[in-house]
Design a protein. Sequence first.
Length: 98
Amino acid sequence: MTAAWGTLSFLAIHQHLLARDALSQNNQTGYIEHRDRRNLWLWWTAAVWVFSIADAYVSSNLYKFKQQETLSFTARKINWCLEVGPELSVSLNLRRFF
């Protein structure tokens, strides 16, 4: 998450500096273009921030998850088994019945 924030922030700052330079040179078209790109990078930064909050919330709720859940069904002679373990690992086992 830190790498994503750093990269997106760098891109937003870079576009801001380009927009400022275009404005100082009276290049209105360049200013609008760089301003819009800056705003886009800022929106992406906000999206990563919201995603990291959601990820932290889910991780905190599953921190002491001690149960093991198993979902399985048989279709066309293949048994699919999905297991969710206490270490937050997910495994998919395929067994063919002859």
